[in-house]
Design a protein around this ligand. Structure first.
Ligand SMILES: [Mn+2]
Length: 258
């Protein structure tokens, strides 16, 4: 085995099995050792049930996202959420509801922490342009992260579908990154994920450490065609998101009908 471990961080697949398969294929070719999924497996794309089964099998850890919360509640009055909920089996719903909120581990000395959206909660949205206080609060221990581990040096999250890597100048040795979105990227229209590389469980900060952002093309049109064939609600809005990476909240309201 290599001295360095490679960990793929994937997030926000949103029922896009085609994008997920492109990412898993790339992960295989790069000799990745572990896969950690930051949540939002279903919702927005056509193949949620298949994505859930694939992630249960392929990922070492799956975390709980805000769409996983939304979709596992039976009482939603949103037709899109109802449509996705109705396609899941009881076993899949129970598995989703049971997913953990955060995970901690060490890589080349750094304490790494991963969660879906923020240390405050799965519905709390943090952007790269959020104020400094909000960004630094991502490194704090909270009810969501628990208090079993010391505060992290590197925090990774998903949720905003916008990938970035942000090392802080002050305080030193703190890095915030976003893994982007596999199946519903809103920064550029490609499947996106992150690879971390370092010594697994290692305490030496001088050991090599890397964070890499990966972008992959996939067959966007086949995903849109599949959503249309299934008569999925809001397929027009999804089509613009997948082709142009323009969030549905920023599109013409008529596309969100249904
Ligand atoms: Mn999401």
């Amino acid at each position: 085995m290599r001295a360095l471990t490679r960990i793929a961080i994937i997030s926000d697949i949103h029922g896009n099995l085609t994008a997920l398969e492109a990412v898993l294929n790339d992960i295989r070719q790069r000799g990745v050792d572990r896969i950690i999924n930051l949540g939002d497996l279903d919702g927005k794309g056509p193949d949620g049930p298949e994505v859930i089964d694939r992630c249960r099998d392929a990922c070492d850890i799956n975390l709980f996202g805000n769409w996983d919360d939304l979709i596992t509640r039976p009482e939603s009055d949103n037709p899109l959420v109802q449509w996705h909920h109705a396609r899941l089996g009881e076993d899949q719903l129970a598995w989703l509801r049971d997913l953990p909120l955060s995970v901690d581990f060490r890589l080349s000395g750094r304490r790494i922490r991963l969660f879906h959206a923020s240390a405050q909660g799965i519905w709390h949205r943090v952007f790269p342009h959020s104020d400094r206080e909000t960004l630094l609060a991502m490194f704090e221990n909270t009810a969501l992260t628990g208090f079993d581990h010391p505060p992290p040096d590197v925090v990774g999250y998903g949720d905003i579908h916008h990938a970035f890597i942000m090392p802080f100048f002050i305080p030193k040795n703190k890095t915030l990154f976003n893994a982007g979105s596999v199946g519903n990227a809103l920064d550029e229209p490609r499947a996106t994920y992150v690879i971390l590389e370092g010594v697994w469980n290692g305490e030496d900060w001088d050991a090599p450490f890397g964070i890499e952002l990966v972008r992959l093309p996939y067959d966007v049109e086949s995903v849109i065609a599949r959503a249309r064939a299934l008569h999925m609600p809001q397929t027009d809005a999804l089509a613009v998101e997948l082709r142009q990476a323009i969030y549905r909240g920023m599109q013409k309201p008529s596309l969100n009908a249904g």
